[in-house]
Design a protein around this ligand. Structure first.
Ligand SMILES: [Mn+2]
Length: 350
């Protein structure tokens, strides 16, 4: 069953076939498991098909994805801007994966904006921007990895999906669904996982490489935050956690060390809305999660210059941590009714 218009898929296939130079794959900045899984999976497939492919990432990505097939090939724009520009110059097709706005590229935005070759967007976030020649975007997919796998299945490149590519696609699906905890209402997700399983992927090993790969510092930071940096608002079914720059110093914070923290309060009985604020040098990074119908992307869009999915969104605020926390407490009453509707619906379903 096709969910993506077959004409779009054929157009995508044709753009790849028309490429006579090389193809560049680009994830969003601070790429997560889905962004890298999608990029690595497609990279492997196109390489297996004998094409010249390069990966340019706007920034580095967490070490617990460094085991993935293709890691050695990634050009990090923030460390190697000239090499990145050369890779784009030498290519005639650029494929943007897992983001909907050019601003998600951070400092790499101008480079992609001025790109003269063909551009494609493959994504599953709402409101895809109009900055590419072809857009394959569908919010009903759990992840970009599931989407690109499904798209490839309808092309001549399907036969080039091997165990390595399948492992990368599975990593994307697993991480974007919180290990099949959310964004999994469409059965296609499990059908794709079934196909990946037939290709010989080792799910326990993949899960372990991603989730059992944390440092002692990260584990202690988590304990510290749960004890000292989490406020629960039972009347709003909400919880808020924050990490200061000082905390990060004290626990030798590395990129990705706070991954998953925002999900933890959701395992408290009655909590359906969770937020994590991470202090950065110049701004506050915000992550939002919810259970049920309460749409956190609306909160993020309205108050935190961000967006995302209904149950998982992000944003940033150029304010102090104290101001950010005050802002959060102030907005709770505005969303109280919607949060409570979400809680009631969930209870009714049981
Ligand atoms: Mn994603």
């Amino acid at each position: 069953m096709e969910r993506v218009d077959i004409e779009l898929i054929k157009g995508f296939e044709q753009l790849i076939k028309n490429s006579s130079k090389s193809i560049v794959l680009v994830p969003h900045r601070n790429p997560d498991g889905d962004a890298m899984g999608s990029v690595f999976g497609l990279w492997r497939v196109l390489k297996n098909a004998g094409l010249k492919v390069q990966i340019v990432s706007p920034t580095k990505y967490p070490e617990f994805y460094h085991w993935m097939d293709g890691h050695e090939e990634v050009i990090n724009f923030s460390h190697h801007p000239k090499q990145s520009a050369r890779a784009l110059d030498e290519s005639d097709l650029l494929i943007c994966m897992d983001f909907n706005q050019l601003s998600r590229l951070g400092d790499m935005q101008p480079l992609v904006e001025s790109y003269t070759g063909k551009k494609v967007l493959i994504d599953h976030h709402p409101y895809p921007g109009n900055f590419t020649d072809l857009v394959i975007s569908d919010i009903t997919y759990s992840s970009t990895a599931e989407l690109i796998f499904s798209v490839l299945q309808s092309t001549e490149f399907a036969s080039y999906i091997d165990r390595n590519a399948a492992t990368s696609f599975f990593t994307g699906i697993m991480t974007d669904t919180g290990s099949f905890d959310f964004n999994v209402s469409n059965p296609n997700t499990f059908e794709v996982v079934a196909q990946l399983t037939r290709m010989g992927i080792d799910q326990p090993d993949i899960h372990s490489r991603v989730y059992d790969n944390y440092s002692v510092d990260r584990m202690r930071l988590m304990g510290f935050c749960l004890s000292n940096r989490m406020t629960v608002y039972p009347e709003y079914h909400a919880a808020c956690m924050y990490i200061t720059l000082e905390d990060q110093k004290a626990f030798n914070f590395k990129t990705g060390d706070n991954e998953g923290f925002v999900n933890m309060p959701l395992s408290i009985k009655g909590i359906v809305f969770s937020v994590l604020f991470t202090e950065k040098e110049k701004y506050i990074k915000a992550s939002f999660r919810s259970k049920g119908e309460f749409a956190v992307n609306e909160v993020s869009e309205k108050y935190f210059n961000g967006g995302g999915h209904r149950n998982a969104a992000g944003g940033e605020l150029y304010a102090s941590l104290a101001e950010t926390l005050a802002q959060f407490e102030k907005l709770l009453p505005e969303f109280e009714d919607r949060i409570k509707q979400s809680v009631n619906k969930k209870q009714r379903r049981k």
